[in-house]
Design a protein around this ligand. Structure first.
Ligand code: FES
Length: 146
């Protein structure tokens, strides 16, 4: 059911924990399953130099947040904003359809954290980051196309 990569990132997730010197923190939750994802970024000169996450959620949520943090580490904010849940799913060699919404949570967590970075500087994040779907509606919302 799960690819080897998903199992690997679930059993041995990368970048787990908190960042004491984070200058951006974002949290999103899935209203349906109740899972929560929190991300911590250290951003320096527009580059995400360090990233950690904590996920209180299902295995797919752990695996997707692990992969998402790997994909954005060392990248610019602009590059990180382009990360889609689809790219995360592809990097994990796929997810079962009922679990695709979990990857949306990872994409939204990245965006929420970048939004926090701008908010802390008194900049309205919405024109840059877009609207954050903090509460994904679950399987029926067609998340894979977000
Ligand atoms: Fe909730 Fe996966 S079932 S994020």
């Amino acid at each position: 059911m799960y690819s080897e990569k998903v199992m690997d990132h679930f059993t041995n997730p990368r970048n787990v924990g908190e960042l004491a010197d984070a200058n951006a923190i974002g949290e999103v939750g899935n209203a349906k399953c109740g899972d929560i994802m929190k991300m911590y970024f250290k951003i320096d000169k527009n580059v995400i130099v360090d990233v950690k996450f904590k996920t209180f959620g299902c295995g797919a949520a752990v695996a997707t947040s692990s992969m998402a943090t790997e994909l954005i580490k060392g990248k610019t904010i602009e590059e990180a904003l382009k990360l889609t849940n689809k790219a995360v799913v592809e990097a994990l060699d796929g997810l079962p359809p009922v679990k695709v919404h979990c990857s949306v949570l990872a994409e939204q967590a990245v965006k929420a954290t970048i939004a926090d970075y701008y908010t802390r500087q008194g900049i309205d994040p919405e024109p840059i980051v877009g609207k954050i779907e903090e509460h994904c509606h679950g399987d029926e919302c067609g998340c894979s196309t977000h």
